[in-house]
Structures are given as structure tokens and as C-alpha cells.
Design a protein around this ligand. Structure first.
Ligand SMILES: Nc1nc2c(ncn2[C@@H]2O[C@H](COP(=O)(O)OP(=O)(O)OP(=O)(O)O)[C@@H](O)[C@H]2O)c(=O)[nH]1
Ligand SMILES: [Mg+2]
Length: 438
């Protein structure tokens, strides 16, 4: 082989090698490219997956948040429900307690009513047994009831007279003091002693023992002065007033019995609405005499009760309507305002009825009774007095003071708690009972 061939061959070989090299290069490049693409695809895929993962996570979180919120709301709803149930339970409990309290109160009132009724029945039976329903029996009771008063007045007078032989100013002073001590009051005691002095002078009395008789006569004169027969026409309204505890409701019970015995038709008005027990108490008395009692709820307007009672007594053609009133209002002004309202209603609704306003006074309170009468006289047109509890008090001398100072007629006197323990006041009889036979 020649050099040329050799070179040619060599050259060809090199070219081939070059080509091969070239082809190889291209192959590598190709591979490189493919690898690159593969890599990018892979990365793209990973990014994609990453994104999806991210989105999935966010969805997940969103979902959890949502669920948490719902759980929270559910919890709050549950708590609200429990609170609501707790409240309802509490209210139910309170309602139950209120109901029980109410029932207990009613049971108590019913019991008191029953006891009051039994007490009255017992008294009545007792009186019937003793035959005291007779007027004679009543007079005896007045005499017995006034025993302490008699001793207080006349016992005192006798004691003073015992220690004086001569009639002088000192004797009169001591006598006056004795009368004041016996609840006859300063004004009336002074008047009595002045009258006694005048008579001692005009009748030329020198014997001190004569003075006792003169005192009795002068007191009797005061008691019987201006006495007029008390008469009730039909229809009549009697309004019973007075401070608490003096015996208003009891007096109404006794009066009702008195009028029923005279065949009068009576209706009662429970216008003392201040206490539920006051309404019940009047009802008990109504039941005992079998008369209608017009009543409203506790604390209702007394004027409205009177209004209804007037309507009822007209409809039933009643002869007498007797109205109980409260003596226990918060203050004097309230009490007087309440009375004024009642008067207005009576005048408007039953102006043609005979209106009697009876002030009830508790004789055992002595001078207080006189003070009360003065106060009530300013607010109400009192037409008569009822003196209660004259049984067994030493302060009956107050009747003399009341008669002299107030110029109001005493209409009835009470000498006990029973239904028959009330009588029309008869001054002459009262004076006899007060001073007895001696
Ligand atoms: N011994 C005696 N007790 C009497 C007499 N009158 C009433 N009482 C008693 O006095 C108390 C009070 O009587 P009530 O009739 O409730 O008096 P009230 O004025 O209606 O009283 P309030 O309604 O509270 O304002 C009762 O226990 C009666 O039994 C009486 O003439 N003699
Ligand atoms: Mg009463």
C-alpha cells in the first residue's frame, strides 16, 4: 500500500472517527436534552404535586376551621339551651314556692276563720246557757263591767270625803283630782266640781257626805243631756270608722245580729281591704247572721267595694248597709283621704239613704279615745259613737268626758266579745249601772 493510500485510508479512518465522534456527540447531546426535558417534566410534576398538596392542606385546614366553628356554635347552642332549661327550672321552682306560700297562707286564713267562728259560737252557747241574751242579763253585764269604773270614781270620791269634815276649797281640789284620775278628763272634772260648788252654795249644804250624792246627780245630768231616741229609716248606710283594734268589725257583727233580730235586711261591705284577714273576719260575722258580705280582693279600692255594696243592697232591697273600714292605714292623712272618697261615693250613689257615721272607741284606752274622737271629728261628719270593751275596764269614766266634750251621742256600748254583747246606749240606764243602788 502506497503512502497515499495509507494517508487516504488514514484520513478516511479519521474522518470516520470524527463522524462517529460527531454522531456520538450528537447522541450525547440528544441524551442530555432528553435528560434535561425529563428533569423539567419531573420538576413540573413535583411542583404540580406540591401545589396540589398545598391546596389539599388548605382545603383541609378550611374544613377543620369550618368544623371547629360548627362545633363551637353547637356548644354555644347547647350551653344556651342548658341556661334556658336552668332558668325555666328556677322559675318553675319559684312558682312552686310561691304557690305553696299562697296555699299555706290560705290554709292559715281558713284556720283563723274557723277558729274565730268556733270562738264566737262558744261564746254564744255560753251566753245562752247563762240566759244572758235577755236585756236584763245585759244590764247586769253592764253593771258588772262598770264595777271597776264605779270603784275608780266613787271609791276615790269616798276616800276624799272621809278625810274632810269641813267643806272647803282644798276638798274641792282633791275631789277634782280624783275625777281626773278616774279618766273623766280635766275639762269635765273641772265643770263637775264647779257645778257641785254652786249647788253646795245655793243649797246651803254643810255636810261633806252630801257631796257624793250631788256628784252622782251632776254626772247623770251630763250623761242624759240631749239624749234623743235613735232611729234608723230604710234605706240606711252605717259607716263604721275608728283606729285599728277598737272593735269595729266585732261591732258590725253584733249590730247585724241586732238588726236581724228586728227583721231588718242587712248587707255588709268589706271596705277594710288593708288586710285579707279583715275581709275573712267580716265574712265570718256575715255567715253567723246569714247576711250577704260584698267583698273584693285584699288591697283593692275600698271605694269600689262600697260602690258595689250600694248596688247590691239596692238590688236586694236591703234596709241597712253596714260598711267596715280600715283603721290601719299608713298614716292619718291616708286614712282621712280614704274616708273622704267613700263619703263621695255614698253621696253620689245613694244620696237619699240615711247616712250614719259611727266612730268606734275602745273604752280601755281612756284619754286616748277622747283624742281619737277629736281627730276623727275633723275629718268626718260623725253622727254617733260606739264605746266598746266597757266590760271590766276601770276607765269607763271616759264616757262622761266624751259626752261632755264632744257633744256627740253615744249610740251603742259593747261589754264583751259575743254576738249579744252590744246594746243601744241608754244614758239613764248607764248612769244607774255606773252608780248602782247606793
Ligand atoms: N272584751 C271586749 N272585747 C271586744 C269588744 N269589742 C271588740 N272586742 C275585741 O277586740 C278585738 C279587736 O276587735 P276587732 O273587731 O277586730 O277590731 P277592729 O277595730 O275591727 O280592728 P282592725 O280591723 O284591726 O282595725 C277582738 O279581739 C274583739 O273580740 C268588747 O266590747 N269587749
Ligand atoms: Mg276590723
Amino acid at each position: 500500500m502506497g503512502l497515499f493510500d495509507f494517508l487516504k485510508k488514514k484520513n478516511k479512518k479519521e474522518t470516520n472517527e470524527n463522524i462517529e465522534q460527531e454522531v456520538n456527540n450528537i447522541d450525547e447531546k440528544q441524551q442530555e436534552l432528553e435528560h434535561q426535558q425529563e428533569l423539567e417534566k419531573q420538576q413540573e410534576l413535583e411542583r404540580q404535586q406540591e401545589l396540589e398538596k398545598q391546596q389539599e392542606l388548605e382545603r383541609q385546614q378550611e374544613l377543620e376551621k369550618q368544623q371547629e366553628l360548627e362545633r363551637q356554635q353547637e356548644l354555644e347552642k347547647q350551653q344556651e339551651l342548658e341556661r334556658q332549661q336552668e332558668l325555666e327550672k328556677q322559675q318553675e321552682l319559684e312558682h312552686q314556692q310561691e304557690l305553696e306560700k299562697q296555699q299555706e297562707l290560705e290554709r292559715q286564713q281558713e284556720l283563723e276563720k274557723q277558729q274565730e267562728l268556733e270562738h264566737q259560737q262558744e261564746l254564744e252557747t255560753q251566753q245562752e246557757l247563762n240566759g244572758e241574751t235577755e236585756k236584763k242579763g245585759f244590764f247586769k253585764k253592764v253593771v258588772a263591767g262598770l264595777d271597776k269604773t264605779r270603784k275608780s270614781i266613787m271609791g276615790g270620791v269616798e276616800n276624799v270625803l272621809k278625810s274632810f269634815v269641813k267643806i272647803d276649797d282644798e276638798l274641792f281640789e282633791e275631789l277634782e283630782e280624783t275625777l281626773i284620775m278616774a279618766d273623766i278628763g280635766i275639762e269635765t272634772s273641772t265643770l263637775i266640781i264647779e257645778l257641785v260648788k254652786d249647788r253646795v252654795k245655793s243649797e246651803r249644804i254643810t255636810d261633806a257626805s252630801e257631796i257624793k250624792r250631788i256628784i252622782k246627780e251632776e254626772i247623770t245630768k251630763i250623761l242624759v243631756e240631749d239624749e234623743a231616741e235613735f232611729e234608723l229609716k230604710s234605706p240606711s248606710i252605717i259607716l263604721i270608722i275608728g283606729v285599728n283594734g277598737v272593735g269595729k268589725t266585732t261591732t258590725i257583727g253584733k249590730l247585724t245580729n241586732n238588726f236581724k233580730n228586728q227583721n231588718k235586711k242587712v248587707v255588709l261591705a268589706a271596705a277594710d281591704t288593708f288586710r285579707a284577714a279583715a275581709i275573712d273576719q267580716l265574712e265570718v260575722w256575715g255567715t253567723r247572721s246569714n247576711v250577704d258580705v260584698i267583698k273584693h280582693q285584699e288591697n283593692s279600692d275600698p271605694g269600689a267595694v262600697v260602690y258595689d255594696a250600694i248596688k247590691a243592697s239596692k238590688a236586694r232591697n236591703a234596709d241597712i248597709l253596714i260598711c267596715d273600714t280600715a283603721g290601719r292605714l299608713h298614716n292619718k292623712k291616708n286614712l282621712m283621704e280614704e274616708l273622704k272618697k267613700i263619703f263621695k261615693i255614698i253621696n253620689r250613689e245613694h244620696g237619699d239613704a240615711q247616712l250614719e257615721v259611727f266612730l268606734v272607741l275602745d273604752a280601755t284606752t281612756g284619754q286616748n279615745a277622747l283624742q281619737q274622737a277629736k281627730l276623727f271629728k275633723e275629718a268626718a261628719n260623725i253622727t254617733g259613737l260606739v264605746l266598746t270593751k266597757l266590760d271590766g275596764t276601770a276607765k269607763g269614766g271616759i264616757v262622761i268626758a266624751i259626752k261632755n266634750e264632744l257633744k256627740l251621742p253615744v249610740r251603742f256600748i259593747g261589754v264583751g266579745e259575743g254576738i249579744n254583747d252590744l246594746q243601744p246606749f241608754n244614758a239613764q240606764e248607764f248612769a244607774s249601772a255606773l252608780f248602782g243602788e247606793d
